[in-house]
Write a protein that binds this ligand. Structure first.
Ligand code: PLP
Length: 370
C-alpha cells in the first residue's frame, strides 16, 4: 500500500498493528468450500445464549426505529441488584472493550502512561496508543502478570494500569492476596482497571471478586462482559463498576446510545437466567478437562487456564500449525502478536468440537514431524 497518510496519523496509531480477530466461519467456508467447520478461536460460548435472552432480544425487534434507552435503566437496575452496587457506579459499554476505551479517553493523554503486562489483552495497547498516551509493558512471569515487576514500573506519569484477571490469551490468574498487596501500593491518583471478562468461569477458591474490592480501593474500575459466559458476543454489551465519581467521568465521554436496544434487553434477561449461566460454566469445565487431557496425550505443554480457552505450546510455528488446521476445517487462534509465536489459543468448545480439534492437531503434528 502506498503510504500517503501514515505520517499524518498519531505516532501511537502508526505503531499499532491491526487487531486480528478470529477467522469467521463463513470466510473459511468461502475459501475452502468446506461445510463442517469448527471455530474455537474467539472464546465464544459453545452453548450460545440462553432461551430467555433470545426471547427478550426478539421482543425488541418491533421497536427498531426507536433509539435505545441511552441510560440503560433496566439493565443497570438488574446489575445493581445482582452486584449489590448503586446504579451510579455503573457504566455500560458496547462490549467491555468500549469501557476500556472510555477509560483511556477520560483519563489518558500524551503526557500519561498506561501500564500493562507482556502477553496481556491486545485492546490495552490499542486504546492507549489511539489516544496518544505511552504504553509501558511490564515483563511477564510464567506467562502471567508479575505484579511486583509492574509495581516497579509505576511512575508519576502512570495514570492507568490494565490488569486482566484471568488474562487473555494466557488464562493465568492472580489470587486475592497478591492482588490486594499490589493495590495497596498503587498511588491513589493512578486508576487500576481490573478486566474480569472471564469472571463467571473462574472456580478457583482464592480468585478475587473485583466488585467486592471497590469500597477499599476507590481508584479501581472493574470491567465485565456478556460476551463470554453469557454467550452474547454478537450483541456487544459489557459494563464497568467503579466509584460513582469515576463512573460519572466515564459516562461523560460515552456515546449517548452506545449500547443498542436488542443488547440491553437480552443482557437484562440473561442476568436473570442463572440456569443457563450455570450450564455454560459446567460445559466449560468438562470441555477444559477434555482439552487438557488431549494435550497431555499428545505430549504438549499448555498454560493452566482459569478461562474458557487453553493456550498450548505446539512446538512449531503456531502460524504454520494454525494454517494446517484451517485446511482441516478447524479455526483456532495464532498468538504471535502477543509475543507467543509457538503457542495457539484454543477456545473450549462442545465435546465433538474439542474432539475434532484434537484429532486434527494430532494429524497435523504428525505430518510436521515426518
Ligand atoms: C473478550 C475479552 C474482553 C471483552 O470483550 P467484549 O466482547 O468487548 O466485552 C475484555 N477483556 C478480555 C481480557 C477479553 O478476553
Amino acid at each position: 500500500m502506498d503510504a500517503k497518510f501514515l505520517s499524518l496519523a498519531l505516532p501511537g496509531v502508526q505503531a499499532l498493528s491491526p487487531y486480528e480477530p478470529g477467522k469467521p466461519i463463513e470466510e473459511l467456508q468461502r475459501e475452502l468450500g468446506l461445510s463442517e467447520i469448527v471455530k474455537l478461536a474467539s472464546n465464544e460460548s459453545p452453548l450460545g445464549c440462553g432461551p430467555a435472552a433470545l426471547k427478550a432480544a426478539g421482543a425488541t425487534l418491533n421497536e427498531l426505529a426507536r433509539y435505545p434507552d441511552g441510560s440503560g435503566f433496566g439493565l443497570k437496575q438488574a446489575l445493581s441488584l445482582k452486584l449489590n452496587v448503586d446504579t451510579d457506579c455503573l457504566t455500560l459499554g458496547n462490549g467491555s472493550n468500549d469501557v476500556l476505551e472510555l477509560v483511556a479517553r477520560a483519563f489518558l493523554s500524551p503526557e500519561h502512561e498506561a501500564l500493562f503486562s507482556e502477553h496481556a489483552f491486545a485492546v490495552y495497547p490499542l486504546v492507549t496508543q489511539a489516544i496518544g498516551a505511552r504504553a509501558v509493558v511490564s515483563p511477564a512471569r510464567d506467562w502471567g502478570h508479575d505484579l511486583e515487576a509492574m509495581a516497579a514500573r509505576i511512575s508519576l506519569r502512570t495514570r492507568v494500569i490494565f490488569i486482566a484477571n484471568p488474562n487473555n490469551p494466557t488464562g493465568t490468574w492472580i489470587d486475592c492476596e497478591t492482588l490486594e498487596h499490589f493495590l495497596d501500593g498503587v498511588p491513589a491518583t493512578t486508576l487500576v482497571v481490573l478486566d474480569e471478562a472471564y469472571f463467571e468461569y473462574v472456580a478457583e477458591p482464592n480468585y478475587p471478586d473485583g466488585v467486592g474490592l471497590l469500597p477499599r480501593y476507590p481508584n479501581l474500575i472493574v470491567t465485565r462482559t456478556f460476551s463470554k459466559a453469557y454467550g452474547l458476543a454478537g450483541l456487544r454489551v459489557g459494563y464497568g463498576v467503579s466509584s460513582p465519581e469515576v463512573a460519572d467521568l466515564l459516562n461523560r465521554v460515552r456515546q449517548p446510545f452506545n449500547v443498542n436496544s436488542v443488547a440491553l434487553a437480552a443482557a437484562t434477561a440473561a442476568l436473570a437466567d442463572s440456569e443457563h449461566l450455570a450450564a455454560s460454566v459446567a460445559a466449560n469445565q468438562v470441555g477444559m478437562a477434555q482439552l487438557v487431557a488431549g494435550c497431555q496425550t499428545l505430549g504438549l505443554s499448555y498454560i493452566p487456564s482459569a478461562g474458557n480457552f487453553l493456550t498450548v505450546d505446539v512446538g512449531h510455528s503456531g502460524r504454520t500449525i494454525y494454517q494446517a488446521l484451517l485446511e482441516k476445517g478447524v479455526i483456532v487462534r495464532p498468538i504471535e502478536a502477543y509475543g507467543m509465536p509457538q503457542h495457539l489459543r484454543i477456545s473450549v468448545g462442545l465435546k465433538t468440537e474439542n474432539m475434532r480439534f484434537l484429532q486434527a492437531l494430532e494429524v497435523v503434528l504428525k505430518e510436521r514431524v515426518c
